[in-house]
Design a protein around this ligand. Structure first.
Ligand code: KG4
Ligand code: ZN
Length: 355
């Protein structure tokens, strides 16, 4: 089955052609990072206008790179949510029109489930039960996946996502946007033991995460030590490099210690670490060390597939299409989609929880 994946949940317009959910024929991404950089974050209105401009050429490019035409495509998978509503709508409307015009099946995919499937390429087949740490700019969750397609959130951030913390700390230090890759680079030359940041304690004892206290601790450290944010062209000082390394270490150990504790308790067969922050080599090294201690395999996406892309959406779509799922003609973008379909009681009077 040849599927066309389409994603436009935030600031990346992406399209990919994937065979049988595991072989990438093409994966094209138009990043809007340069467009949003002057504002230090994504501006939703600008993002949706840019998606509108890019969606058609990006899909055309994905088809051309895969050396196929629309007639060869058997099904379409599109990111339905969560994300920015204006951005999501561009991809969803485009995919619906395309699927309707071609008379082929369409499925709406949860963006976070897409990240789970980003390890479907270049790794052995995932064995279930699996435990997946999904860390991005908008989300930080650990999912217990008892069997393929069955998700239970076993840890979540109570406030900021890990990627968001990287971005905000980078902003405080005048390092630029997005913050994760810049902090990682500076951390390579910094001393991670220089500043000891306390680990957030969750008062109800759940294995949840919290990064807003860490962000405040970094801000306080900057003020107390009179660290001036960089201005354009300044070379970062050793103090900033040490701070970057210490902050990164605090984030990585909170994530990996929690993953390891939950893996010890839940005994999965596979660990998955994915999402934009999974580009970070310190996180990969720590997760690999934990997996070794646990005697488990850990799968990461390649760097290209760690940040938002459409190959992962096509891979997740393949699973749902194989299960016979089809999007209703009334399907639309949904920013409230949550990825949990095990042990969830729908709140009274609300629509049923969906993927
Ligand atoms: O998955 P993604 O592309 O978009 C969302 O769904 O949010 O993740 C983007 C996030 C940003 O916050 C970015 O700073 C972070 O991933 N990120 C990193 C690295 N590369 C990207 N964080 C830490 N280290 C990196 N190397
Ligand atoms: Zn993402």
């Amino acid at each position: 089955m040849l599927s066309l994946g389409i994603g436009s949940s935030c600031d990346e317009t992406a399209a990919a052609v994937v065979r049988d959910g595991r072989e990438i024929l093409s994966s094209v991404i138009a990043s809007q990072v340069d467009l949003h950089r002057p504002w230090g974050g994504v501006v939703p209105e600008l993002a949706s206008r840019e998606h509108l401009e890019k969606i058609e050429p990006i899909v055309d490019e994905a088809l051309a790179e895969a050396k196929v035409t629309l007639r060869d495509i058997d099904a379409i998978a599109v990111t339905q949510g969560p994300g920015l509503i204006g951005s999501l709508l561009v991809g969803v409307c485009y995919a619906k029109a395309l699927a309707w015009g071609l008379d082929i099946p369409l499925v709406g995919i949860n963006h976070i489930e897409g990240h789970v499937y980003s390890v479907a390429f270049e790794n052995p087949q995932v064995e279930y039960p699996a435990l997946a740490l999904i860390v991005s700019g908008g989300h930080t969750n650990i999912f217990q996946i008892a069997e393929e397609g069955k998700y239970k959130v076993v840890s979540r951030t109570r406030d900021d996502a890990a990627g968001e913390a990287f971005d905000k700390v980078a902003k405080m230090l005048g390092l630029g946007y997005p913050g994760g890759p810049i902090i990682e680079k500076l951390a390579l030359e910094g001393d991670a033991s220089h500043v000891k940041f306390p680990r957030a304690k969750i008062s109800d004892g759940r294995p949840d995460l919290s990064f807003s206290g860490l962000k405040t601790a970094v801000s306080r450290h900057i003020k107390e030590n009179n660290i001036a944010p960089l201005k354009n062209g300044d070379a970062p000082s050793q103090v900033i490099k040490d701070l970057a390394a210490s902050f990164q270490k605090a984030v990585v150990s909170a994530l990996v210690d929690t993953l390891e504790e939950l893996a010890t308790e839940l005994q999965p067969k596979t660990l998955i670490v994915a999402g934009g922050v999974a580009c970070n080599l310190a996180l990969r090294d720590a997760a690999e060390a934990a997996a070794k201690r646990l005697g488990l395999p850990v799968y990461f996406p390649s760097k290209h597939l760690s940040t938002d892309n459409a190959a992962m959406i096509a891979a997740a779509g393949y699973f749902h299409l194989k299960n016979g799922e089809r999007a209703d003609p009334a399907m639309t973008a949904d920013i409230t989609l949550r990825l949990q379909n095990v042990d969830v009681e729908p709140p009274k009077g609300s629509a049923k929880y969906r993927l």
